[in-house]
Design a protein around this ligand. Structure first.
Ligand code: SAM
Ligand code: SF4
Length: 424
């Protein structure tokens, strides 16, 4: 099922007894998913992501994150995706999930909304048996593990493992061996998650893979085979133009259609479509080998029914992954929390949301660049589509107490709006 700019359903779906109804944005899209980034740091350096290794100043506390999630749930959020950077680097992860328990079930008559699902996206390197178990016990329902190759050399390259010093042949061997070790950790993480109760057949354990033409295109079939053997849904992600340092260029993108066709030649597929408000289009292997998914943010954008809000580790809200600026929410969190102000501010932010970046880019056919095989035309007018360095992202001033956009620049904008800062 595909939702295209669903019309308002009327205003009967109140979420709070005293507050305003669940807001719709300017394209009548409801708020549904919150991607909450716990850290901008990572223990890997995937070249398509390239985190800068530092936390932004003014990280949120556990209590501040709780208040943000609670407020977002009042405004319609039903799914929380915990991300980073690498979220397993964050010591408070389980504590945060446990503390969200009151939002999972409300007393009868309480209409403030329910948090139906909590999910985690991780590179899996730190997912030990104990960690998988403690996350499950805390209340985590889904894990998506990221893995971009099925052999040591590919994993090492795609995870940005630094080449070791030494003569070239030895260097290659060592690099591949370290990639093998990393691959083994992620494969072990899959089994730890499964043993802890995350059931792939119920969609509770999945695999993400970013595929780039010159990085790991040769890993499409090996990754599909690996996922099929382990009963996991593989989600192929088109390489996105997010961030300033990854040197993104259209020639590196392999469109979802091409990826799926290549896998379908080996294992025939039957299309299932894309869920309403979902990011992934899905296929079923005709031989019963499970599911395959593709996230075609570049070649087949799904802005039309996008219901996602991102909040960074330092409390900046982004209403689109491709947005160049966000709204600093800390004025409603510090020095002491202002619950009503935060509810009004987030509600206003969502009502004013106009983002359709990916769709608009796709439709700018006049300034089309050299087409990428299988990709829709993209506009040269868009600086993100050049290899030029990007302008530093800035933060919009916080809205005033009535939720209107503010006019003062936020005190300390982050150096970049990188993927690891935005949470993917
Ligand atoms: N570190 C965790 C991980 O890798 O799963 C969570 C954060 S990561 C930013 C979230 C997801 O974004 C990962 O699946 C990653 O592969 C994906 N990602 C990062 N940079 C990307 C890019 N430029 N294009 C497409 N996907 C990207
Ligand atoms: Fe780290 Fe995830 Fe980015 Fe890779 S994609 S560098 S694992 S945050």
């Amino acid at each position: 099922m595909l939702c295209r700019y669903p019309r308002p359903l009327g205003r009967s779906h109140s979420v709070s007894p005293m507050a305003s109804p669940a807001p719709l944005d300017r394209h009548h899209r409801p708020l549904g998913v919150l991607r909450l980034s716990l850290t901008a740091r990572c223990n890997l350096a995937c070249p398509y992501c390239l985190p800068d290794g530092q936390e932004p100043a003014g990280l949120l506390s556990l209590a501040e994150r709780l208040l943000l999630v609670e407020t977002a749930v009042q405004l319609g959020v039903h799914t929380l995706r915990l991300t980073g950077g690498e979220p397993l680097l964050h010591g408070d992860l389980e504590a945060l999930i446990r503390a969200l328990a009151p939002l999972r079930q409300r007393p009868q008559g309480d209409r403030r909304g329910v948090l139906r699902q909590i999910a985690l996206t991780t590179n899996g390197t730190l997912l030990s048996v104990e960690r998988a178990r403690s996350l499950r016990q805390a209340g985590l329902e889904r894990i998506t593990l990221s893995l971009d190759g099925a052999d040591g050399a590919s994993v090492a390259r795609m995870a940005g493992l630094a080449p070791s010093a030494g003569p070239p042949a030895a260097e290659d061997d060592t690099h591949s061996a370290r990639g093998e070790a990393l691959l083994a950790r992620v494969l072990a993480a899959i089994e730890h998650a499964r043993a802890a109760g995350f059931d792939p057949a119920a969609g509770e354990l999945k695999l993400n893979a970013v595929i780039t033409r010159h990085g790991n295109a040769d890993q499409l079939l090996p990754l599909a085979a690996l996922a099929r053997q382990r009963g996991l849904e593989l989600r192929l992600i088109e390489y996105m133009d997010v961030g300033n340092r990854n040197g993104w260029e259209p020639a590196q993108v392999i469109a979802a259609a091409e990826m799926v066709a290549r896998i379908g030649e080996r294992w025939p597929l039957e299309p299932l479509g894309r869920d309403c408000h979902g990011t992934a289009s899905r296929w079923r292997y005709r031989d019963g080998g499970g599911l395959l998914a593709a996230i075609a943010s570049i070649s087949a954008p799904f802005c039309g029914d996008c219901n996602r809000l991102r909040i960074t580790a330092d409390g900046v809200a982004y209403s689109c992954l491709f947005a160049a600026s966000g709204t600093d929410l800390r004025p409603w969190l510090r020095p002491r929390p202002d619950r009503d102000g935060l509810l009004a501010a987030l509600g206003s932010l969502w009502r004013q949301r106009d983002d359709r970046y990916s769709e608009e880019r796709s439709r700018s056919a006049e300034a089309a660049m050299a087409p990428i095989a299988g990709l829709v035309s993209v506009a040269t007018a868009d600086s993100r589509l050049t290899a030029e360095p990007q302008a530093t992202a800035d933060i919009e001033a916080a809205p005033d107490a009535n939720g209107n956009p503010g006019s003062m620049a936020a005190a300390s904008p982050p150096a970049h709006a990188e993927m690891a800062y935005l949470g993917g």
